[in-house]
Ligand binder design. Sequence first.
Ligand code: CA
Length: 429
Amino acid sequence: MPFKTNDPSKKTWLSVPENSDFPIQNIPFGVFLTRDDIITIGTRIGDKAIDLGALHQLGYFNDIPLTEDIFLQDTLNDFISDGKKTWRLVRNRISEIFDQNNPELRDNEGHQKVVLFGMDEIEMQLPVQIGDYTDFYSSKEHATNVGMMFRDPENALLPNWLHIPVGYHGRSSTIIPSGTPVRRPKGQTIPKDSKQPIFGPSRLVDFELEMAFITTDANVLGEPISIETAEDYIFGLVLFNDWSARDIQKWEYVPLGPFLAKSFASSISAWIVTLDALEPFRVDSPVQEPEPLPYLQYTGKKSFDIALEVAITPENGTATTVCTSNFKYMYWTMAQQLTHHTINGCKVNSGDMMGSGTISGKTPNSYGSMLELSWQGTKPVTLNNGETRTFIQDNDTVTMYGFCEKDGVRIGFGEVSSKLLPVFEPKKK
Ligand code: CA
């Protein structure tokens, strides 16, 4: 099934603001609550959310074999499970319906009233029921920086790192949509030069600039996915802020890796941008030396040029951009991550989510966490209002942006934005 949605010259009859992340070439998928309190699957063009459930009921998808209620759901899991052929048929059809030369919906105001919503009339929801969440650690610069700080500057990368896309199984229960505030966690930490841990609020709450991909049903138990087919099972990507408590992490992570330092909250952007929409932005990823084992070797371009930014907004202040990075800096590609994940026969389901790991580049302004930007608190970052930050303070809002740009077309992810609230204190009786 070919897809014809990426033509840069394609225009829509909907108005799209300049520099919008959502031109007619994007067509992402999300789930939202409408002004009538109905939950539906939708897409977005410009500043209009489009109710795909309503479009389907009005017969706009009659030529595509879809079940009647495929869009009248509170998650995308069933739609994703239908596979790449269906995703393409639906995106091709949406592209056709909103093409400036197509009068079908353009000249039908009655239908438009049912199908189109302003962004202020809807409430975005978590787009998928995430069954399993895995987080990788695939930026060489990030792994090197953390290794230098937490372990040994001379041997920052552990011996396995250049051979394995290192990862761990995280918790899906604490993945939340953009806009949901996050509580500062409490936990055990170890004071400097002490052998006795203490308990209390984390003092080193951090963001991690990541992207995450969402899979469809990929394999049956016991059967690996090959590197050649891995991308067929990736539905799309979101921005991902993997909130982390560095002081809790430092004490707990040996020998099994992160636990409570990472499971208090992870925030994702609301719209899933498909791999098809990102097709024009493919680029080479960093050269892998030493050569990976044969099951991880691939040909072609399997990375994407996605510009990433992180801003901190203090309470009653304006936003300061603290980091500018790019998805293409990732050493291990998504195809390698998914292939490695299933090489032992591990089953991957529709709606599973895989985080990239913090995406840091080579220059200090491209580091994807406060841990690295402030170099473990030794180099405070100055905000627009003159305040400084080494980690995230109560009531700070952290916002991440991501977009691709080429041939006059900008495909973006919107944002993932969340505010850090003070630690939870139970009410006294
Ligand atoms: Ca992470």
